[in-house]
Design a protein around this ligand. Sequence first.
Ligand code: ADP
Ligand code: MG
Length: 245
Amino acid sequence: MRLDLRGVSAHLDGRPIVHEADLLVDDGEFVALVGPNGCGKSTLLRTIYRALRPSAGLISVDGDDVHRLSWRESARRTAVVAQETPAELDFTVREVVLMGRTPYARAAGDDEERCARALDRVGLAGTEERVYATLSGGEKQRALVARALVQETRLLLLDEPTSHLDIRHQLGILHLVRELGVATLAVLHDLNQAAAFCDRLYVMSAGRVLAGGPPGQVLTPELISEVYGVRAVRRTQLVFERLKE
Ligand code: ADP
Ligand code: MG
């Protein structure tokens, strides 16, 4: 599985938002997309999961133009956890997670098991009967990760998957993604976490992909100050690791 963006531009309400973005995620790679608020990260992701048609350029998954695939074929290849989570779904957690199975023709006998396993992996074991709308923000976010897991795709798109999570659950999701070994493009805000977990990262600013590569090479104080307008100093820091249960 390989995601390949070439010269992708996107407009919203006639306004140019993304300019000629090139980006690559190889099989099994965990790639981060970072950049300031409003620089176009979510818009770029939306063109990949087909919520938005690019105004120029080509987006291919395994060599096929994603905007030409059938809905079902596309959903078998790519799962997404979007930034805006549908908050007031009047469904149980089980129903929300099992929505991830819709690209597969028939309900399989082991769907319940898949659901239970996915919920367990995101730390929500046994919550199947809870009403989704009554979950906390972080629990909702993890339920949506579980929905993406049962979709069993080889490409995952995650838009700020850790934004509502406490530090332990942030690490849980990042470790989980690493262990999955599925090609992943994730919008992250914590540059230290991105550097610690990702194989490569891309930096966006004002609608452009400015740099891409291994975190240690890309995240220089010069680039960070240019993109974020802050001074970055490399210091020894506390490193958090999740303790086993
Ligand atoms: P990011 O995810 O990097 O924070 P977005 O891709 O969400 O940024 O937004 C990029 C720009 O597009 C912002 O200036 C934002 O205000 C604008 N934008 C986002 N969504 C819409 C929309 N539906 N209509 C018009 N402009 C939008
Ligand atoms: Mg966003």
